[in-house]
Design a protein around this ligand. Structure first.
Ligand code: F0G
Length: 360
């Protein structure tokens, strides 16, 4: 592509360049990238000790993607392919992160982006992103499932490309995260724990692991473990939830589009999909920030809440490697912190008052 800096050994150029041979990219595909991917896999000392049995827990910190969530991995591909196919407009329904990512990549590509969000139900950081990148944001008086239905219908009739995870290129891009995990660990982990909302990401990770094994890059496959929020747990309960509720707004979804492939990931890997309560999510959210130094949004903390729930039941055999996916950055949803933690105490601008408060 024009205007790319010269490739040097120090320049990372995003998931398409890195994993091109595993992706449906041709010489004609214009590559739209914000250098997504290549996120750290962080050894979690406190969580490893909490799980016990010499298990090793690693955190895949997807909040460090360019727009602060894993969505960028799929969006680089979805937007690049939309351009190749001649579209000049894209649309998505979103609980926030997809819209932030779509808006940023559409801005980079110079095409129109329309997002449908459930009115009043997305975190302020995500809404700010969609707005500043110049997307046309429409707040639908309904929930995510209503918004997605509209997006599917409209993009089926008009020359606008749907960039929700029903777009197969989103899944193709997102599978790059499993490649990275395997490249860093030298094998697949024994278990992978992640939040599940619309179920695209669990689908993508499982596809990635299976392909890497077929290609001979790894010899093993992980057990895929997904967690939904208790008030928005259609897969666990076995039926759509009409009015899903959870403070983890990213996964407030009652009828996941990739339901079937999530079940396939669970069953083929002999894993499980379970749920955690909002209280468990908040506890894990605070613990992650205060013990591991990582600020992830509440939906991401669902994987940590799930990890701890399973550990309590002695689910993990000793010595296993467990990777938890932290899907989005904590700064996406600053209001949740303010609602959860005591506000700073006011002090007079004098040494005496400060010392008194800090106990010196
Ligand atoms: N974690 C975060 C931070 C998310 O934003 C999402 C989904 C998920 C987990 C669940 O991933 O849907 O692939 O199962 N967010 C979508 C959105 C729905 O519109 O941003 P999934």
């Amino acid at each position: 592509m024009k205007h790319q800096p010269p490739a040097t050994s120090h320049q990372y150029n995003g998931v398409i360049e890195r994993y091109r041979k595993y992706l449906p990219i041709t010489e004609k595909t214009p590559i739209i990238t914000l250098k997504e991917g290549n996120t750290p896999l962080i050894y979690a000392e406190f969580l490893s000790k909490s799980v016990g049995g010499n298990c090793e827990v690693y955190l895949k910190y997807e909040g460090l993607n360019p727009t602060g969530s894993f969505k960028d991995r799929g969006m680089t591909l979805a937007i690049s392919k939309a351009l190749e196919e001649g579209f000049n407009a894209i649309m998505c329904a979103s609980t926030g992160n997809t819209s932030a990512s779509a808006a940023a990549y559409a801005a980079k590509a110079g095409i129109k982006c329309i997002v449908l969000i459930p009115a009043g139900a997305i975190a302020s950081g995500k809404l700010s992103q969609a707005l500043i990148h110049g997307a046309q944001v429409l707040a639908v008086e309904g929930n995510f499932d209503d918004s997605l239905k509209l997006a599917i219908e409209i993009t089926g009739k008009y020359p606008i490309r749907l960039v929700n995870s029903l777009n197969p290129f989103r899944i193709e891009g997102q599978k790059s995260a499993s490649f990275e995990i395997c490249d860093l660990l030298g094998s697949a982990p024994d278990f992978q724990v992640m939040p599940v909302g619309n179920a695209g990401n669990i689908t993508a990770y499982w596809k990635g692991y299976k392909e890497y094994k077929e290609e001979g890059e790894i010899n093993n496959l992980p057990k895929m473990i997904g967690f939904q929020a208790e008030g928005a747990a259609p897969i666990v309960k076995g039926h759509p939830i009409e009015n899903p509720q959870t403070l983890a707004t990213a996964i407030r979804i009652g009828n996941p589009a990739s339901w079937k492939t999530a079940l396939a990931a669970r069953d083929e890997s002999a894993g499980l999909i379970d749920m955690v309560s909002d209280d468990e999510i908040i506890e894990a959210y605070k613990l992650l920030a205060s013990k591991e130094g990582i600020f992830a949004e509440p939906a991401s903390a669902a994987s940590i809440a799930g990890l701890l729930k399973l550990a309590k039941k002695n689910y993990f055999e000793p010595g296993k490697k467990i990777v938890c996916i932290l899907t989005g950055h904590g700064l996406k949803d600053p209001d949740r912190v303010i609602a959860t933690i005591n506000k700073p105490k006011k002090v007079k601008p004098e040494i005496k008052s400060v010392l008194k408060e800090i106990g010196y």
